[in-house]
Design a protein around this ligand. Sequence first.
Ligand code: NCD
Length: 303
Amino acid sequence: MNPARGSLLDIEHLEAGEILRILKFARRMNPDKPRPLLKGKRLMLLFYEASTRTRSSFEIAAKSLGAHTVLIQSIGSSIEKGESLLDTGYTVRAVGADVIVIRHPNAGAAQVMAQHIDLPVINAGDGLHEHPSQALLDAYTILRNRKSFKGLQVAIVGDIFHSRVARSACHLLSKFGVKIILCGPPELAPEIATTLAPGVRVTRHIEDALRGTDVIMLLRVQTERLAGLKIDLTEYIARYQMNPTRLKMAEPDAIVMHPGPIIRGLELTSEVADGVQARILEEVHNGVPTRMAILARAVGKMR
Ligand code: NCD
């Protein structure tokens, strides 16, 4: 079965024109001015992994469009009892779901759901694969701070290897000709990442990544994810942590982004996290209108 219209499974296969349409519609969305575009619809949030920002903003977005939301987490549901992904899908459909939002530790989970359950499915992060709504809200945030993508250079610093956010961002930005520089030690920013999308380059040197950069996207460096990799965190901090001195190497008006959760003292210092160039909370804020647009699109109301 083909995924239902309105599904959002990845950025890789989404056309540039459709991305711009979503971003344009998101500009018209405001959670403080509710619009009943999803009135009476039931949104199932299937979360097989922890989440704060993504889950709460999908929930707020859905409610401000008039939808009912039901949250199903792996703990406390039949998922815990060993029910399969598809059986959970058939169940939520049988209880009357209209849209499914799913976060899952396995790459391809959203795709599998969409191929078997005849409902629009929105991928809220699948393993190491993609996180399309995050890429859209990041793009929205960039365009709130810059006139267009034209001539932009974006540096992505940190654990790129384990980041679905980085993968989706590369796909999205490369569709608009943005220069993308991935930066980190070889274990976290492998050379093969250049094959992700056109216009992607890898460097080991933070100065090289920051020179001429307009947007610095930092990524989480989570110790649990580093098991088996030879990463010395003290060395990581010495070479890559974003601090005020390094920030000055980028364009004077460069903005600092991070999908969260941030780890102060590791990926960035508090001066940078709380500084005037940081857009980290703005990203969280922009997650709501962006997801309102994604949900309106899911039910065919993005007009
Ligand atoms: C990210 C995720 O879960 O992929 N966070 C988010 O959704 N805002 C980033 C991460 O966990 O590294």
